[in-house]
Design a protein. Structure first.
Length: 748
């Protein structure tokens, strides 16, 4: 085996990823069966033909796959299940401390609590909590409290060893001390110091962008800017990754090669790598790059040329050997995919582009001419100048090769994790990546040279200008029609299949002269025609969808890409399912209406703010509110009010507010829906709105006999439904409970 660590490490990472995201028993059984079969076949081939050397690689990969499946099983039974089985969906008493720096979200502060005791017993685990009540807790503060915990459903939480989510509603958390000893403390205080320096020299969106690029803290970025980076596929620029570490260390590595005293400089290089990992909080993408850089640095000092694939495999083993759930970090998977693509494809693609653009031939001609001129003792200055000019397009092609290789290799991960890709990311990266590099270098130098009298202000001005340009470039590209493509559209798979087929044909015919432009044109035309037909024949039917998970209700009204919410409540456990369903329609919510300010109807409001671009929020002002709604753009309405809200071009919502809640009458040209929460009174509605095609209710409305409808959907408890079923059947032709279900109603 030429690259044993690469084979073992990347196989281990790949199998862990499959088993983590597809935990069904049959998936594990298939992997085990294939691994055992591979070992048997390899041994048979080895016995028949001893000179075949690839059999050893097959055996190593198969055994590694078996080890990966076993690692997930052991970790699940030994680390995860004991915590989840003993404490999930129960109220606990705990003591512990804030594990790291609290993360500020849209309206919430995200805490990770490292427990020391649970219910009086020594138990060490992590609890995740989103707080909307301003607890004012700092990193490493000792805390104690009581609260109900649920099984963590976020893959990122699981990857960080967080198996339980603490529900702040009804929790009692108190600060009991400060300065709990932790190995994370030095890194936290270093990051805090850098953050203070950023605040000293930068303001507004530019300061937020510098924090994102330098420290990976993108929470303070304006949601519209974050959305633009996501839409264009360049969000990796504002998440600290291996690219950022490579840029930081590139200049220092250059010095190591130019200055003779290599050992002191290489020691400083190792310290720089470790310091940057610490300041950024040891994200796995940076740790991966850090391990690879350390191997490269040590190999350079020995001297011994390290293999990049082997280095990547070692990084994969280091990051996952103790925590198989680390693959739940999508950022780490994107980092590994992009790096592997660069290692395997960037150089061949660069040489192909050189041949395709005739730069190789032109450079050879100029080089030959320069040698002939030198033999004839003529001046070669003009020829040498032309050769130097050729380095500019060569550099552009090198950047394009790296960007294309990385972008192509992250497509499978992006499709699986986000359900969408950005076809223009290669082109955008040619402009955005150099600007990000300048932002990183100028801001890093600003922080490092803060003690100088004038220089840091000049550097900060340069970084500020680059930030403005970067935001403008990304925002401009985000407005283009092909900036983002949803993978759930049929034309996307047609385009992807055509592109793969063209690539395979090109590999067979070895990319003849006119094939590449013809293939690219055909791929683009396929995408254009598919998108046009999809838009032309898209389903424009408006729908009302009820997501009822048993503890709350989210109601959406959609038409095409238009999205409005008439309620946004539910359990923490089912939030991600609801979010994914809504994201298939749009990343923009035109209107949110909160008919009752409690967790059953408003819990997701602050969550959605982090994911969607919300235009307007209308909140019923209930003095008995249990949800802490703090929304800068929210408009509050009280009882004895009625108003009409257009939800899209075909559907309107008439809101009637009484003393306890707000009733909503949704009407389209052919269908009407009456949405009622608990505490509704039918007499608060005008007579013409007491008759509807559909009624959605979670309780027994007052004066129910005044109501008439063809279909009634009940979202409350089954016991309550059974109790009042006969009453419901008197006013509706069809009655049913949708508690814990999703109901979709066409509004035309």
């Amino acid at each position: 085996m030429r690259r044993p660590f690469g084979l073992i490490g990347l196989t281990y990472l790949s199998v862990l990823t499959v088993v983590f995201y597809c935990p069904q028993f049959w998936v594990k059984a298939v992997i085990v069966a294939m691994s055992v079969a591979a070992v048997i076949v390899a041994l048979i081939i080895k016995a028949i033909r001893p000179n075949v050397h690839r059999t050893l690689a097959w055996i190593a990969a198969a055994i590694t796959a078996l080890c990966a499946v076993s690692a997930v099983f052991i970790y699940q039974k030994a680390a995860v299940d004991p915590i989840v089985d003993n404490y999930s969906d129960k109220e606990i008493k705990f003591t512990g401390y804030i594990y790291n720096e609290p993360q500020l979200g849209a309206k919430a502060v995200n805490y990770i609590i490292q427990t020391e005791t649970i219910d009086g017993e020594p138990v060490t685990t992590k609890l995740a909590m989103e707080s909307y009540s301003g607890l004012e807790l700092e990193a490493f503060d000792s805390v104690s409290g009581t609260g109900v915990v649920h099984t963590a459903c976020s893959t990122r939480e699981l990857s960080n060893g967080v198996f339980l989510d603490l529900d702040e509603g009804g929790s009692d958390i108190r600060k009991t001390g400060e300065g709990h000893p932790s190995v994370n403390a030095p890194a936290y205080y270093a990051s805090r110091w850098v953050n203070d320096r950023i605040s000293q020299f930068f303001r507004g969106n530019e300061a937020a962008l510098v924090r994102a690029v330098l420290l990976g803290d993108k929470q303070s970025l304006d949601p519209s800017i974050r959305s633009d980076f996501t839409r264009t596929g360049t969000s990796y620029l504002i998440v600290v990754s291996g690219m950022h570490l490579s840029l930081v260390t590139a200049g220092f590595m250059f010095l190591c090669r130019k200055i003779g005293m290599r050992l002191p400089l290489l020691i400083c290089m190792l310290l720089l790598i470790f310091s940057y990992m610490a300041v950024t909080g040891f994200p796995r993408s940076v740790v991966r790059a850090g391990i690879m850089h350390i191997i490269i640095v040590v190999g350079y000092y020995l001297p011994k040329t390290p293999d990049s694939v082997n280095s990547l495999g070692i990084s994969a083993l280091v990051l996952t050997i103790l925590n198989p759930y680390a693959v739940g970090d999508v950022g780490m998977l994107l980092s590994f995919s992009a790096t592997l693509g660069i290692v395997l494809w960037a150089t061949p693609l660069y040489h192909f582009l050189l041949r395709f653009t005739r730069l190789t031939k032109l450079y050879s001609i100029l080089n030959k001419r320069a040698k002939e001129q030198a033999k004839r003792e003529k001046s070669t200055r003009k020829t040498r100048a032309l050769m130097r000019l050729l380095k500019i397009p060569s550099a552009i092609l090198a950047a394009l090769s790296v960007s294309a290789a990385a972008s192509l290799w992250v497509i499978p991960v992006s499709l699986f994790a986000f359900g969408k890709i950005s076809p223009l990311v290669v082109i955008i990266s040619l402009v955005a990546t150099p600007l990000t590099t300048l932002v990183l270098w100028f801001s890093a130098l600003t922080v490092a040279l803060f003690w100088c009298p004038f220089l840091p202000f000049a550097l900060a001005w340069c970084a500020d200008l680059c930030c403005k340009l970067l935001i403008w470039v990304v925002s401009s590209f985000a407005k283009l029609p092909y900036a983002q493509i949803n993978a759930d559209e049929p034309y996307f798979y047609v385009w992807l299949g055509v592109s793969v087929l063209l690539a395979l044909v090109g590999a067979v015919i070895r990319y003849r002269e006119l094939y590449v432009p013809a293939a690219v044109t055909l791929s683009f035309v396929t995408l254009l025609v598919g998108w046009s037909l999809s838009e032309l024949y898209a389903d424009r039917t408006p729908y009302l969808t009820v997501y009822s998970d048993g503890t709350g209700v989210t109601v959406s009204v959609t038409r095409g890409h238009a999205l409005a919410l008439l309620s946004c409540g539910g359990s923490h456990r089912n939030y991600h399912n609801t979010e994914e369903a809504l994201l298939r329609t749009s990343t923009v919510i035109d209107t949110v209406i909160i008919p009752k300010s409690n967790y059953s109807h408003a819990r997701y409001l602050n969550y959605f703010y982090d994911t969607f671009d919300v235009s307007q929020v209308l909140v019923y002002d209930n003095s008995n509110s249990t949800a802490d709604i703090e929304w800068d753009s929210a408009r509050f309405f009280s009882s004895n009010q009625s108003f009409k809200v257009p939800l899209n071009s075909m559907v309107t919502d008439v809101v009637y507010a009484n003393e306890k809640t707000a009733c909503q009458y949704i009407e389209s040209p052919s269908v009407t829906v009456l949405y009622l929460t608990s505490g509704s009174d039918i007499m608060d509605l005008p007579p013409e709105h007491r008759d509807a095609d559909y009624v959605i209710t979670e309780g027994m409305p007052k004066n129910l006999s005044q109501l008439s409808c063809r279909n009634l959907y009940f979202t409350g408890t089954n016991a309550y439904f059974d109790r009042y079923r006969e009453s419901f059947e008197k006013v509706s032709q069809h009655v049913g409970s949708i508690r814990g279900q999703t109901a979709k109603i066409p509004l035309s």
